[in-house]
Design a protein around this ligand. Structure first.
Ligand code: G
Ligand code: G
Ligand code: MN
Ligand code: NA
Length: 251
C-alpha cells in the first residue's frame, strides 16, 4: 500500500496525535503559549514526520480532514490549560487558499469554547504567492474572528516585504536557520535577527526565535531583544498531559 492510502485511514484509526512545544517569554521566562505539531504513528513504519506526510496530504486532498482535526484537537486541549496559554496551529498554504477556512476555524472555537485570542494561526510567506485579492479577503475574515496571526519561517520564503504593508500579523517567527549559526564567529545571522526585531518592533509585532538549542544561543537571542523563544533548550514538543504536569509543577 502506498503511504497515501494509509494516510486516508490514519485519522479514523486514531494514528494521529498532537505534540505541543512551549513558547517562552524571553524576559519573564514564563510559558506564554505552545505550538501544536502533528505526529503520525504508522502501524508498520513507526513515527512519520509531518515534513514527510503533510506534502502527501496536500497532494491527495487529505489536508482538509487532517487540518480540521488538528485545529479542533488543539482548541479542545487548550481549553484545559491554565491562564492565558495560547495554542499556535500551523496552517498549510493550501488550507489558506480555501474560502471555507474561516468557517472551519469558527466552528473549532465554537464547539470547544476556546477564546479566539488564545488561538494563533501560523502562516508562511508562500500564501502571498496566490491571488492577492483572495489573500487580502482571507486575512480580513480571519482577523474578524479575533484569532492571532503569526508569520512562520520568516525570511526563508519567496516573498517580498510588501505584504507587511497590509497583512495583520501579531508575530514574526524567526526561522531556525537564522538561529543555528548565529553564535558562530563571523556569522551574519545576529545582524539579520537584529534587523528582523527592529522591523517587528516598528510594526508592533512580537517575535519568536525558533530552534534555540543551546544556552549560548539563548543568551544571544535575549541580547538581540527577541520577545519569545522556542526550542529544545526549553523543551521538545510534548504530550498534552505532560504540559499539564509542567503547569501544575509550576515550572
Ligand atoms: O515537528 P516537525 O519539525 O517534524 O515539523 C515539520 C514540519 O511540519 C514543520 O514545517 C511544521 O510546520 C509542519 N507541521 C507540523 N504540524 C503541522 C500541522 O498540523 N499542519 C501543517 N500544515 N503543518 C504542520
Ligand atoms: O516549520 P515550523 O517552524 O512550523 O516547524 C518547527 C519545527 O522545528 C518542528 O518540526 C519542531 O519539531 C522543530 N524544532 C523545534 N525546536 C527545535 C530545536 O530546538 N531544534 C531543531 N533542530 N528543531 C526544532
Ligand atoms: Mn510553525
Ligand atoms: Na517555523
Amino acid at each position: 500500500r502506498a503511504l497515501e492510502d494509509d494516510l486516508r485511514d490514519a485519522l479514523a484509526r486514531g494514528e494521529m496525535e498532537l505534540r505541543y512545544q512551549p513558547v517562552v517569554n524571553a524576559k519573564s521566562n514564563m510559558v506564554t503559549g505552545v505550538e501544536a505539531l502533528v505526529r503520525w504513528t504508522h502501524p508498520d513504519r513507526g513515527v512519520i514526520s509531518p515534513g514527510v506526510f503533510i506534502p502527501i496530504a496536500e497532494e491527495a486532498n487529505l489536508i482538509w480532514p487532517l487540518g480540521e482535526w488538528v485545529l479542533r484537537k488543539a482548541c479542545e486541549d487548550a481549553v484545559n490549560w491554565p491562564g492565558e496559554t495560547r495554542v499556535a496551529v500551523n496552517v498549510s498554504p493550501i488550507q489558506f487558499a480555501n474560502e471555507d477556512l474561516p468557517k472551519i476555524v469558527a466552528s473549532a472555537l465554537a464547539t470547544t469554547g476556546l477564546a479566539p485570542d488564545r488561538l494563533e494561526l501560523e502562516i508562511t510567506e508562500s500564501v502571498f504567492l496566490g491571488d492577492s485579492a483572495d489573500t487580502a479577503k482571507m486575512f480580513k475574515a480571519l482577523n474578524a474572528l479575533g484569532v492571532r496571526l503569526a508569520l512562520d519561517d520568516f525570511g526563508t520564503g519567496y516573498s517580498s516585504l510588501s505584504y507587511l504593508q497590509t497583512a495583520p500579523f501579531d508575530k514574526i517567527k524567526i526561522d531556525q536557520s537564522f538561529v543555528r549559526d548565529a553564535t558562530v564567529p563571523g556569522s551574519r545571522n545576529g545582524a539579520i535577527i537584529a534587523a528582523i526585531v527592529a522591523l517587528a518592533e516598528a510594526l508592533e509585532m512580537e517575535t519568536t526565535a525558533e530552534g534555540i538549542e543551546s544556552l549560548d544561543q539563548l543568551e544571544l537571542i535575549r541580547k538581540l531583544n527577541v520577545s519569545h523563544v522556542q526550542g529544545y533548550v526549553y523543551s521538545k514538543p510534548v504530550r498534552h498531559t505532560e504540559l499539564l504536569e509542567h503547569a501544575e509543577a509550576g515550572s
